[in-house]
Design a protein around this ligand. Structure first.
Ligand SMILES: *Cc1c(COP(=O)(O)O)cnc(C)c1O
Length: 360
């Protein structure tokens, strides 16, 4: 697919990647004396620490296979990173030449895209979501890319953080088709399993400039182990492998990820997602009855975005009760983001809201 290769920074495409001991040569020796590892187990030892003195597999084949089954894409379309954050960073570094190329974002949206661009020295073009519906303005995004041919990446967050809604599938696909050969459309699907909608990953075959970013952080309870999954055309995967850190995943992360996406792990994860979805709708209904809550739209994610008269006051009052919320009023007027917790955490949240409501 030379039309996607042409978008990659030429020096990155040409570069010879660093090859680590765990990539070079046969990996099935009896005695490993090739990586200057310490042959003794770390302190204090014990079964949980088994193998920690060894470097991990950079892209564990068994995990790639499992993710390819889970997301129903060919294994050549899967890349693993230290969280989706790292995937975003690598994509910006692979495609954007510092001082020349740019990314396009659709505010209000996740802030990390912009941060990664700033670190790389890439410009940031902003095309706001349609006010009210928070949907993509496809024509405006395409027009912005027409006006600035050096925009290499368009970030689309669906379900969008913080606005909670999925972007219409047909819009994202039309955008990818319009920008083919010109820019890569990166769809951040960190919350898609909470939406009940299908992922766009299976469209990569028809849209080589589509990249889908997933993670185990929000859907499979593994934020602490850092596991991001990038699903993309094999050429893009090849480029990411060229610039990835030598060992993106720790030995303990690989173990935890393997358990989380085992058949039992997936069943457990899906049960929790269903519980959170049920709680989301219960919490939303309860919040929307409170006079201090101006509105709280239906959510496709595991969080709600409510609007209130005094977002700072609300967050402070909740903090005083030991409940931490996220003030998002700097990007959306009056907005406060509330993650869905366990039923008892949500009950506490609702009690604290009622208290706040009765005194305001
Ligand atoms: C949390 C979040 C991320 C980062 O996820 P990690 O896999 O934990 O790095 C990326 N995108 C969005 C939209 C998020 O909300």
């Amino acid at each position: 697919m030379e039309d996607i290769v042409a978008l990659v920074r030429p020096e990155i495409y040409a570069m010879r990647p660093y090859t680590s001991a765990r990539l070079e040569g046969d990996q099935s020796a009896r005695i490993y004396l090739d990586a200057n590892e310490n042959p003794y187990p770390p302190f204090p030892g014990g079964p949980e620490q088994e193998g920690l003195n060894r470097y991990p597999e950079p892209q564990p084949a068994s995990l790639l296979r499992r993710f390819s089954e889970l997301y129903e894409v060919p294994v050549e379309q899967v890349f693993l990173s230290r969280g989706a954050d790292e995937s975003i960073d690598l994509l910006v570094r692979a495609f954007c030449e510092a001082g020349r190329d740019g990314i396009l974002i659709t505010p209000p949206t996740f802030v990390m895209y912009e941060t990664a661009a700033e670190i790389q020295g890439a410009r940031v073009c902003r095309v706001p979501l349609v006010p009210g519906s928070f949907q993509l303005d496809v024509d405006a995004v395409v027009a912005a890319c027409d006006a600035d041919r050096r925009i290499k990446l368009v970030f689309v967050c669906s379900p969008n953080n913080p606005t909670t809604n999925v972007m219409e599938r047909s819009s994202v696909l039309r955008l990818a088709a319009e920008l083919r050969g010109r820019a890569v459309v990166v769809v951040d699907e960190l919350y898609v399993d909470y939406s009940g909608r299908p992922s766009l990953a299976r469209e990569i075959g028809d849209h080589p400039n589509l990249v889908v970013v997933r993670s185990l952080s929000k859907e499979y309870s593994l934020a602490g182990e850092r596991c991001g999954i990038t699903l993309a055309h094999p050429e893009v995967i090849g480029v990411l492998r060229r610039i990835m850190p030598p060992y993106p995943l720790t030995v303990t992360a690989i173990r935890a990820i393997g358990a989380a996406i085992s058949p039992d792990g997936i069943a457990y994860g899906r049960r929790n997602i269903a519980r959170i979805v049920a709680e989301r709708d219960r919490v939303r209904a309860a919040l929307s009855r409170l006079p201090v809550v101006r509105d709280v739209p239906a959510s496709d994610a595991n969080f709600l975005l409510l609007r209130t008269e005094d977002p700072r006051g609300l967050c402070a009052a909740m903090a005083a009760q030991g409940i931490k919320l996220r003030d998002r009023s700097s990007s959306i007027e009056g907005a406060v983001r509330v993650s869905i917790g366990t039923p008892s955490e949500n009950d506490e949240l609702l009690r604290a809201f009622e208290l706040y409501s009765s005194s305001n």
